[in-house]
Design a protein around this ligand. Structure first.
Ligand SMILES: [Zn+2]
Length: 80
């Protein structure tokens, strides 16, 4: 449950890493009980989760986005 909120908050967090704005935006979409759970998540926790996301993998040859589950580029077939 907490992980889901954390994930959603990270998604709302823009490049400016404005936690308060993201939290306000997210709270507006929740009911009171869920809102309370979100208020209990610390700013640090949100920032840590947001900045710990791994960078998007891209194919060295064609720059297509690579899936972590597949071992070949879906566009050009380069193994990775
Ligand atoms: Zn490729």
């Amino acid at each position: 449950m907490n992980r889901r909120h954390l994930h959603n908050l990270c998604a709302l967090l823009g490049d400016d890493l404005d936690v308060e704005r993201a939290r306000d935006e997210y709270l507006a979409s929740l009911d009171a009980d869920e809102g309370l759970a979100v208020l209990l998540i610390s700013d640090d926790e949100i920032l840590t989760a947001a900045t710990a996301r791994p960078p998007v993998l891209r194919c060295e040859r064609c720059a297509a986005r690579l899936s972590r589950k597949r071992h070949r580029c879906s566009r050009c077939g380069l193994p990775h």
